[in-house]
Design a protein around this ligand. Structure first.
Ligand code: N2P
Length: 393
């Protein structure tokens, strides 16, 4: 196996067997094995030394000295990210290189994450809300400025992820991955093997009863329903929101339910035939079931960027900055993006990705695709949440 020189610890750590397409299943099995071996598993925390194929120099690159800039003097990092959003090697490799132990927990909606953050201090050092929630986090004073001096790889970011309306210049946030909202469907089950409209999930055919899911997420549910109804995707008009409520409540008896974290498995197992979902998640289902496809409906849809941020007063902000810097390395971006099939905000990673991913218009949609980026400010969040509660609760 080739070994990189000691002068580049990032590369040193990244030399390993060529990445086969690692399936989510094997990731879960690895987590299970770690747990069975008495090592805290991925769901509740991770301890790992060198992964197989890692060069022995990796740990030596870090020392055991305290890291300046943390509030608690610990080589520890507590991450709270979406489910199904990371490959199986990034955390073990970071731990080995940085000599920082990582606890990795998952959440499944922005509402859950925000509620958790509003309820009082947690021990999380990194959370990953969606861009449209950042104005709310800033207004509520829930996140703190980043130590940009510890994140030199910020220069790797594509300009569109730096010049944003939610955090100009990345003072508070670093993009993780980005994607679109669309419909995952089973070609063998939907009429004609094709699907191109939001009608399939908002007004499902009787034949699909119990086989359709919608996202349990305010922005996607309300935003996409507005788009389907031909309204402004940013509408806060009471009449528009009332129509949305009427539409989705009427669909409700025909749905299997509202979910953000079970639809990958349900699509893969042929349990559902059409699921409103996020691009990369659907491709992860496709890895397991070739009948699964992804469509961005003709009426248009939403695009999002999920961003890493540091909760105010987090115990280990310097460790968090180290991890952010690590994730911005093109090779790390490529590894994550290849596995989760979401878009990378670092174009330097694209030559390292399979061309069937970089050339896929479902992952990197052309500018002509009708996609809106939403921002949820105070009043909109309240009104949309109220509409959502009338539908889902
Ligand atoms: C990953 C979910 C992507 C989050 N499973 C959408 N904001």
């Amino acid at each position: 196996m080739a070994r990189a020189g000691k002068e580049d610890p990032e590369l040193n750590m990244l030399v390993g067997r060529p990445d086969p397409r690692v399936r989510r299943r094997s990731f879960l099995q690895v987590a299970g094995l770690l747990a069975a071996a008495g090592v805290a598993g991925y769901a509740g925390g991770t301890v790992a030394g060198l992964g197989d194929g890692d060069p022995p120099g990796a740990v030596a690159a870090a020392d055991g000295q305290p890291i300046a800039g943390n509030r608690r003097n610990e080589r520890l990092l507590n991450i709270y990210n979406w489910s199904d959003y990371i490959d199986d090697r990034t955390i073990p490799l970071f731990q080995a290189q940085a000599n920082i132990r990582v606890n990795y927990d998952v959440f499944s909606s922005n509402e859950d994450l925000l509620a958790r953050m509003r309820a009082g201090p947690t021990s999380y050092d990194i959370i990953v809300p969606t861009n449209n929630f950042i104005p709310t986090y800033l207004k509520l004073d829930l996140i703190e400025p980043l130590r940009q001096d510890l994140i030199p790889n910020l220069t790797n970011l594509d300009r569109e992820f730096v010049e944003t309306d939610y955090d100009q210049g990345n003072r508070y946030t670093v993009p993780w991955q980005w994607g679109t909202t669309g419909i995952g469907f089973n070609r063998a089950k939907v009429p004609g093997g094709k699907l191109d409209s939001w009608a399939s999930v908002f007004e499902p055919d009787a034949a699909a009863e119990g086989r359709v899911t919608l996202l349990r997420e305010v922005t996607d549910l309300i935003g996409c329903a507005l788009i389907y109804l031909g309204k402004n995707p940013n509408s806060i008009e009471d009449a528009d929101l009332a129509e949305v409520v009427k539409l989705v409540r009427a669909a409700r008896p025909k749905l299997k339910g509202f979910t953000t974290d079970t639809y990958i498995d349900e699509l893969a197992a042929n349990e559902t035939w059409a699921a409103q979902g996020w691009s990369g998640d659907v491709f992860q289902a496709q890895d397991q079931n070739q009948d699964v496809s992804y469509a961005i409906p003709k009426e248009g849809s939403l695009r999002f960027v999920d961003v890493m941020a540091i909760p105010k007063g987090a115990p280990h902000p310097a460790n968090a900055a180290r991890f952010m810097n690590y994730v911005l390395h093109p090779k790390v971006q490529a590894r994550i993006s290849k596995y989760v099939s979401y878009g990378t905000p670092v174009s330097l990673a694209k030559p390292l990705l399979p061309t069937d991913q970089t050339a896929d218009p479902s992952i990197y949609p052309p500018a002509s695709t009708k996609l809106s980026i939403l921002t949820l400010t105070g009043q909109k969040l309240q009104k949309w949440q109220a509409a959502y509660d009338q539908i889902v609760k």
